[in-house]
Design a binder for this molecule. Sequence first.
Ligand code: CP3
Length: 320
Amino acid sequence: MRQAGRYLPEYRALKAKSSFLEMVRTPALAAEVTLQPLQRFPGLDAAILFSDILVIPEALGQGYRFRDEGGIGMDYRLDTRTQIDALAPAAAVPEKLRYVADALVLLKKELAGQKALLGFGGSPWTLATYMVEGGSSDEFERIKLLFYTDRATFDALLEKLTAALIAYFQMQIRAGADAIQIFDSWGGIIAGPDYEGASLKWIRQIVAALPKDFPVILYAKGTAPHISDQAFTGVRVLSVDWTNDLAIVRRTLPANVAVQGNLDPVLLNTTPAIVTRETAKLLESMRGTTGHIFNLGHGILPQAKIECVEALVSTVTAWK
Ligand code: CP3
């Protein structure tokens, strides 16, 4: 999940000097921000590259910015076949996003095998929502209209994104990522029976194109009805949001798929006592099971309190 960010004073200090995108595009800065949470909370056992899922649309030719009122604004709305055909070829992605590989190489060296290094990217569907909506969205009308009224154009966009992501993840693996996490943050907004055609089938194609047995983690928000189907895409880990009962998820999934999750990140805005209680409850519910990676059910919010994150990490690391 997002573990760097505005809740950390050391992140705010760096961001006072460089914009988010400058930090993402400068390997030494991206590596520094990636390591900030690990330096502050040494009990964390993985570093997730500081970057953003939207570097892919940007590399394809559709830039983005953070809107003053919050959320993402893309430079334009993409909804015609002509615009899709005008995007850069997928093969250009590794060269355009070379700064991501450079940051991973720096991190791999810095971590010296002591912590796992996670690369990541968005799912084709989640990226397509930003591209077609022209940014963050409330109702996702445009992407759904495209899906239901012009499937050929929708498929052309998703094919392009799938090819771009395969090239991007292969680059991240070459640069030293120990695992790749795919964020299907908006998988939950499409009608249940259409989740396969809109999102899951493209994720399956990506997993199949990566080296055999390379660990892929799939995080999808709001997709509880689809966990069994997700487990058969070839991913090694399913990361689930906080609305799931993790013990039930564990019982439902095959033993060769690990589960990751799923504390509600809002709890980190409360008190250390509440965080300790809720974290212990979650861990207790998983007692006796194997294949659980403790995590939040989504990214850390800017309002999270440092002492709450400390309580979380110490409860998990001291658990017996
Ligand atoms: O811990 C880490 O540093 C991981 C790096 C990471 C970021 N974004 C950095 C970031 C990861 C894994 C992401 C993924 C990402 N980015 C997703 C998928 C995961 C999810 O949260 O569902 C999505 C949808 C995005 C796009 C994005 N980037 C959004 C919607 C926002 C929030 C915009 C807002 O209004 O605040 C971002 C910003 C962002 N990406 C931040 C970080 C640390 C916050 C930047 C800041 O506050 O300065």
